[in-house]
Design a binder for this molecule. Structure first.
Ligand SMILES: CC(=O)N[C@H]1[C@@H](OP(=O)(O)OP(=O)(O)OC[C@H]2O[C@@H](n3ccc(=O)[nH]c3=O)[C@H](O)[C@@H]2O)O[C@H](CO)[C@@H](O)[C@@H]1O[C@H](C)C(=O)N[C@@H](C)C(=O)N[C@H](CCC(=O)O)C(=O)O
Ligand SMILES: Nc1ncnc2c1ncn2[C@@H]1O[C@H](COP(=O)(O)OP(=O)(O)OP(=O)(O)O)[C@@H](O)[C@H]1O
Length: 517
């Protein structure tokens, strides 16, 4: 891969991003590398000076490692002798140049993108499960958990971010294309739009699943309005759009889709008993729960409009991943697969066995009830989870082990307090990715909002001890919920990913200790 200095200048001008340039070399000079991290520069590279913690010394390091051109929002003396491209917006410039450097790999992929406060990962795994049934070993995945760029085990790795920085995103897309992938299912976070990681990218199908307040705080979105605004960007960057008609803020979501998408390319879905608040919209696809239990979920997908019927995805679907909310996630994924040309005959077996690490994993602990490990990590997700378990286990005593991360998502703390007060018998407040904050202080903030007349609260900072205490003191008909961390194999503490065996591994250890007694 390579990009010439001349091409960079033309692209930046075309997008009205170039403020000025200082050219030191021949315009036809090619750059064979692209990087925003000086530690990853090797040879003639296009280097981006970006980030809250960017330091000019990184540019010196990049230059020492061979970078020939830098892109920045202002000139740096450390870049003297290099070509300088000074731009209006560094992250937009990075996305535009990264797509060109990797030769627009999105043009060779059918790209399905999910946004929503909850259900992105789940819907993405469901969609990939179906597409893989139709196109085995040809479906890439960019999710919060895994990144899959090819069919071989070494082409699958853990993700750092839900949606990576543009340079990484387009590099992964290029790898996917070169590895023979024809489809890509990806999650798009609101941060991705806020930080222009997907600037200029158009999806074949874009999904809006739902929105509830989350990711609002100093390092994320300043306000809910900003969070919503960024999420809506996915709709105006998709050729076809699928919307959960039951989402909060439907009017704004639908209006965003209608701004740029022809109505025939907008699909709305909802459960059978949902009644839209307005007369001018028609639901295209309904789903009706048939069997919903703690072991299986079966639902019927019913196309209502002609355009939905044309997708050929009507039928009865089984899920291993339980939870009523997962029927909604599955419906989205099935419509997406239909829009990619896959019919129900492939979708039914494709989705049936999908499981996701850290989502609704559960085991029975004899004498101590059932223990769930789930990634529910804000008010909306936790409410959906506890509501489902309360109904399925007939109003059991529920003991919840939960913590809230440091440095981000501060709105989760009062959210947890509220949902625990609504559903929990006992809360074990504990450590979950405290970052640079004191976990005791985070727990105290959650505790402050809990109604102590309804919930018994224990603060047990050691997560292993918290899980052990919750399971040990739980009765045979109780439910223990170890929430919010899913299958994370680490605790983020002061900038270090400290190994953590995963919640389910600890639950199993405790279960075997109890069995041995
Ligand atoms: C707030 C945010 O999104 N920050 C991301 C962003 O940071 P940044 O641009 O400010 O960069 P920085 O960390 O200040 O570092 C400065 C720059 O110096 C460079 N550097 C650094 C050291 C060095 O020796 N040489 C060098 O060149 C770095 O590569 C970087 O480009 O770019 C970094 C990569 O360069 C990301 O790791 C970082 O994500 C942080 C860790 C993060 O936690 N982000 C979260 C909020 C996030 O994006 N989450 C969403 C999911 C939200 C949801 O669930 O909806 C996601 O998509 O994952
Ligand atoms: N449609 C939904 N509505 C409400 N809650 C949901 C829904 N789907 C999943 N959840 C809950 O949210 C948790 C996280 O689900 P998932 O990982 O699919 O969401 P996500 O959007 O990828 O989350 P994040 O962006 O925070 O990583 C699940 O473990 C479940 O408890």
């Amino acid at each position: 891969m390579a990009l010439s200095l001349h091409a960079c200048i033309l692209l930046l001008k075309e997008h009205h991003l170039l403020k000025s340039s200082a050219v030191q070399s021949d315009l036809d000079t090619d750059m064979s590398g692209i990087a925003y991290d000086s530690r990853k520069v090797s040879g003639p590279t296009l280097f981006f000076c970006k980030g809250t913690h960017f330091r000019p010394v990184y540019l010196s390091m990049a230059k020492d490692n061979g970078a020939t051109t830098y892109v920045a929002e202002k000139p740096y003396v450390e870049g003297n002798g290099m070509n300088a491209l000074i731009v209006v917006n560094i992250t937009k410039a990075m996305a535009i140049l990264a797509a060109a450097f990797y030769d627009f790999p999105q043009d060779d992929l059918f790209v399905i993108a999910f946004t929503g406060t909850k259900g992105k990962t789940t819907s993405a795994y469901f969609a990939r499960g179906i597409l893989e049934q139709a196109h085995p070993k040809h479906v890439a995945l960019f999710s919060t958990i895994d990144t899959i760029v090819g069919p071989n085990p070494d082409q699958r790795f853990k993700s750092d971010l839900t949606t990576p920085e543009s340079v990484d995103l387009f590099r992964n897309m290029r790898a996917a294309v070169d590895n023979g992938m024809t489809h890509l299912v990806m999650e798009v976070s609101s941060q991705a739009y806020l930080r222009n990681r997907v600037f200029g990218l158009t999806y074949d199908v874009g999904f809006f699943l739902n929105i509830t307040p989350d990711h609002i705080g100093p390092n994320e979105h300043p306000t809910f309005a900003n969070y919503l605004h960024n999420k809506l960007q996915l709709l105006v960057n998709s050729r076809k759009v699928v919307i959960n008609a039951e989402t909060e803020h439907f009017d704004e979501v639908y209006a965003a889709a209608m701004t740029t998408t022809y109505p025939d390319s907008i699909y709305l879905f909802a459960s059978t008993d949902f009644k839209p608040k307005r007369d001018d919209i028609r639901i295209d696809c309904r789903f009706e729960s048939k069997t919903l239990s703690t072991t299986r979920s079966q639902f019927q997908l019913v196309p209502v409009t002609d355009k939905a019927a044309a997708l050929n995805v009507s039928g009865q679907y089984n899920l291993r991943l339980i939870g009523d909310f997962n029927e909604s996630n599955a419906t989205a994924a099935i419509i997406g697969a239909g829009l990619a040309g896959v019919d129900g005959a492939k979708a039914i077996p494709g989705i049936a066995n999908v499981t996701i690490p850290g989502r609704m994993e559960h085991i029975e602990v004899p004498g101590h009830g059932v223990v769930y490990v789930d990634y529910a990590h804000n008010y909306g997700g936790m409410k959906a989870l506890l509501h489902f378990l309360k109904a399925e286990y007939h109003d059991p005593r529920m003991h919840v082990v939960v913590g809230s991360p440091g440095d981000k998502g501060v709105s989760r703390r009062p959210g947890f307090a509220k949902v625990l007060s609504e559903y929990a018998t006992t809360a074990y407040l504990t450590t979950d990715d405290p970052g640079f904050e004191d976990p005791a202080k985070i727990c105290a903030e959650i505790d402050a909002g809990i109604d102590h007349d309804k919930v018994t609260v224990h603060t047990v900072l050691d997560r292993r001890e918290a899980i052990t205490a919750a399971i040990t003191s739980s009765g045979p008909d109780d439910v223990v919920i170890v929430a919010a961390k899913g299958a994370d194999p680490y605790q983020k503490v002061r900038g270090v990913n400290t190994p953590w065996p995963t919640d389910m591994a600890v639950v199993k250890e405790v279960a075997s200790q109890l069995a041995a007694k």
